[in-house]
Design a protein around this ligand. Structure first.
Ligand SMILES: [Zn+2]
Length: 581
């Protein structure tokens, strides 16, 4: 594929959704309506015509000939019009069944059965996987004020107003919540220029269409704002309830590699977990999985299971300060919480353990008990303690512990009386006495446990063993890891992200994921065109080491690994440190 100027750029990623920019004379930030920008030459074209003379004010749609399913690839290739590198933005029509990348800025996805949630989800997954990551994906004739947030969440960047207009001309009035015959309305639930001061029976068909487009535009403003702030998922979990189709689509997408690859490993944004779908979020599932698969408890004599606190990190909260006073480093502290499952003390600063906010009612639903109890059981099977003390209240937390006991057969000692609260004086006193005679860890041990835990969580089981050959300086939550043999600085535990920011030496020691770059010395960032290869496992927010013939350095990934390799535009890595080799 010839390299050419590209006119679409991804500015921000929020999971599967993106904030992008169509770089036209008048740039347009996506997700957006783009119908007015398309100059369609497709239908006018024949084989022998020259490439149209496009310009940078519009996106020129070039023709694509669909081939029947089963046509050999070389025949399909032969039949496609050949496009030269161009100096203007272009689009192509592709089929949902077989979306082929061909160097365009925007792809118009056709053949999607919009009413079928499974079809839409499969189509967007295949298209985003197959087409260039730095191209925009346009779903024509589908967007409504009600569904556009979900469509953007699935990964579409561009829409048109066609469906909203046609519906309006047919008398259907659309808002974020509803799509009804205008005659069913007593009042107009909108204050756009069309609806302000009007009554439903006064609206002409054209005006309903105009209102529908206004509502669609307003919702897109909201969607872009949500993506900018990394909060689209929270919004969609509420908005999707406006129709069954959207709930299905989000549920079908959850748990797929498509979402997992695009979900950041660390983030400063608070994670709101307000619905039962929150449990299925990739952030939550990944955390639970990594705790079970990667984490290793720093001691195996005694563990105390504790309830979570509303304040984060937990140890800064009033209740946990009381628990810690009673425990006095004589046990490993393990926090049980919905929806994350299990948060060992050393991981309390890691995303999203320090970043989630969840409604607390004291009542746990069956799905929560099953999930958290399951994670706790897996955790206790991986980390075998001689004693397990459960310092939790009977209701809810007690059910979770019982669920884990049922599954594993472990023996648990309870220190909170039925009906009492873990922060009651009597409960704290019982906890203190229960731990009488247990060995007390040093402050140094405790800091080392944070480093070990974070390194294992971040880079894989075993990575944290370096902590045994290093000393840990500073006070929690800001720690510096320095190698004993040569006083080389390996990493800093950064409070905001809760991850280890590594030095080049540290990246080698922890075996951080790698990005291979071309012969240049990056300043500020490694751009995608400079990336030759990148580990598949890299996720947005990962600490990576980059290396090329001219320079080596470390930084934070801004794209997932596959996207770094396939993109021609955008920042792949934010550089923290770089040096010439
Ligand atoms: Zn209106």
């Amino acid at each position: 594929m010839p390299s050419r100027e590209r006119y679409f750029e991804v500015l921000e990623r929020d999971g599967t959704a993106r904030l992008g920019k169509l770089r036209l004379d008048e740039p347009r930030v996506t997700p957006a309506l783009v119908g007015d920008l398309l100059e369609d030459y497709g239908s006018l074209w024949t084989d022998d015509r020259a490439t149209p003379k496009g310009d940078t004010s519009k996106i020129t749609v070039l023709p694509h000939r669909a081939a029947p399913p089963g046509t050999p690839a070389e025949v399909v290739e032969e039949k496609q019009p050949k496009h030269d590198p161009r100096g203007f933005p272009t689009a192509a029509v592709v089929s949902a069944e077989n979306p082929e990348p061909s160097g365009h800025d925007l792809y118009i996805l056709t053949g999607v059965r919009g009413g079928n949630s499974r079809d839409v989800v499969e189509a967007v997954k295949l298209a985003r996987r197959s087409l260039e990551p730095d191209s925009a994906l346009f779903l024509p004739a589908s967007a409504t004020p009600r569904n556009v947030a979900t469509l953007a969440y699935l990964g579409f960047d561009a829409f048109d107003e066609d469906y909203a207009v046609v519906s309006g001309k047919g008398g259907t009035y659309m808002t974020r919540e509803l799509e009804v015959d205008v005659e069913e309305l007593e009042e107009l639930p909108c204050s756009c220029p069309v609806c302000a001061d009007a009554t439903p029976d006064e609206l002409k068909r054209d005006e309903i269409a105009e209102h529908n487009v206004n509502a669609l535009r307003a919702e897109l403003v909201n969607v872009r704002d949500r993506i900018r702030n990394g909060r689209l998922r929270d919004y969609v979990e509420g908005q999707m309830r406006a129709s069954r189709w959207q709930v299905e689509a989000v549920r079908l997408l959850d748990g797929t590699d498509y979402v997992e690859e695009r979900t950041p490993v660390t983030c400063r944004t608070e994670l709101a977990t307000n619905s039962s779908e929150s449990l299925d979020r990739a952030e939550i599932q990944r955390f639970a999985r990594r705790v079970v698969e990667r984490y290793r408890a720093p001691r195996d004599d005694v563990a105390v299971l504790l309830p979570c606190s509303a304040g984060k990190p937990y140890s800064q909260s009033r209740s946990h300060s009381d628990f810690r006073d009673a425990i006095r480093r004589r046990a490993h502290e393990v926090v049980v919480t919905s929806p994350l499952g299990v948060v060992p003390r050393g991981l309390e600063n890691v995303y999203p353990a320090a970043h989630y906010d969840t409604p607390v009612t004291g009542r746990w639903d069956a799905k929560e008990v099953e999930f958290v109890g399951g994670v706790l059981a897996d955790y206790l099977e991986k980390n075998e303690y001689e004693r397990i003390v459960a310092h939790v209240e009977e209701q809810g937390y007690g059910d979770v512990v019982e669920k884990a006991v049922e599954k594993t057969g472990v023996n648990v000692e309870y220190t909170v009386e039925d009906g009492a609260h873990p922060t009651d004086d009597a409960s704290l006193e019982t906890l203190k006495e229960t731990l009488h005679g247990e060995e007390r860890a040093s402050h140094e041990d405790e800091k080392r446990a944070y480093v070990r835990a974070t390194a294992d969580y971040q880079f894989g089981r075993g990575a944290g063993d370096i902590a045994d050959e290093a000393h840990v300086e500073g006070r929690l939550p800001r720690l510096r890891v320095v190698r004993n043999s040569d006083d080389e600085h390996l990493a800093t535990l950064t409070p905001g992200y809760g991850t280890l920011a590594v030095s080049v030496e540290g990246a080698r020691e922890f075996d951080a994921p790698r990005v291979e770059i071309d012969a240049f010395t990056p300043e500020g960032s490694v751009l995608a065109p400079g990336v030759l290869d990148a580990d598949d496992e890299i996720r947005v927010g990962d600490e990576v080491i980059f290396e090329g013939p001219s320079a080596v350095g470390v930084g934070r990934a801004r794209m997932h690994g596959d996207e770094m390799v396939r993109s021609e535009r955008g920042v792949a890595v934010s550089v923290r440190h770089t040096s010439d080799v």
